[in-house]
Design a protein around this ligand. Structure first.
Ligand SMILES: Cc1cc2nc3c(=O)[nH]c(=O)nc-3n(C[C@H](O)[C@H](O)[C@H](O)COP(=O)(O)O)c2cc1C
Length: 186
């Protein structure tokens, strides 16, 4: 059977925080069942915000900004599953994750769409407040965006009451849920 390739986009500005930890556990689980994995920490990359210039709709280069966004497009084209990991920041994704999502507009053009269409997408999030209310607007954002890009929403891991940086590490159940999600990606 073909090995599935999973690519994770880490959207927290905080290295080794909760969403990094959870995403790494998902990838660990995925590797246990033979998937190939790769991750990109968006905080370490230059992804210029989309300016809506329309350049990507013209023939030639995918974006007027020749930055790390182009590497991410290539990696997405070569992968089967996209894992978006972002904490809740003011009831939405972080600014670096949102900037990356905006740049996915390149996949709306006719030559771009086949590079992602039908692929699987997952969402991982952690936040401080209790309950799901804080994450609901962001889940909707991802649901609609995945639908628009014709991705399949394959699962999520949404964990509340994870405020401090090490909170996920101190919740073994959360780490095991993340590994189980990874193993389900076989
Ligand atoms: C700028 C900022 C905005 C935040 N907004 C929210 C929020 O709206 N609701 C919430 O429950 N937690 C909020 N948090 C807390 C983070 O979601 C929480 O600390 C999370 O664990 C961070 O994930 P990380 O460790 O992967 O960076 C916010 C934190 C920051 C720094």
């Amino acid at each position: 059977m073909q090995k599935r390739k999973i690519i994770a986009f880490l959207g927290s500005p905080r290295p080794r925080g909760n969403t990094d930890t959870l995403a790494e556990c998902v990838l660990e689980g995925a590797r246990e069942v033979g998937c190939e994995t790769q991750s990109f920490a968006l905080r370490a990359l230059k992804v210029h915000p989309c300016t809506g210039c329309g350049y990507c709709w013209k023939k030639g280069k995918p974006c007027i900004f020749e930055d790390d966004g182009t590497r991410l497009y290539d990696a997405m084209a070569r992968s089967d599953v996209f894992l978006f990991a972002t904490p809740v920041y003011w009831y939405g994704p972080t600014a670096i994750m949102k900037a990356f999502i905006d740049r996915l507009v390149v996949f709306n053009k006719p030559e771009g769409r086949p590079l992602v269409k039908g692929k699987a997408a997952l969402l991982i999030s952690a936040w401080e407040e209790r309950g799901m209310k804080a994450v609901e607007p962001m889940v909707r954002l991802f649901e609609l965006s995945f639908e628009y890009l014709e991705l399949r929403f394959e699962g999520n891991l949404l964990l509340d009451e994870l405020g401090p940086k090490d909170a996920a590490i101190e919740r073994p159940g959360a780490l095991e849920s993340a590994r189980a999600l990874g193993r389900s990606l076989v």
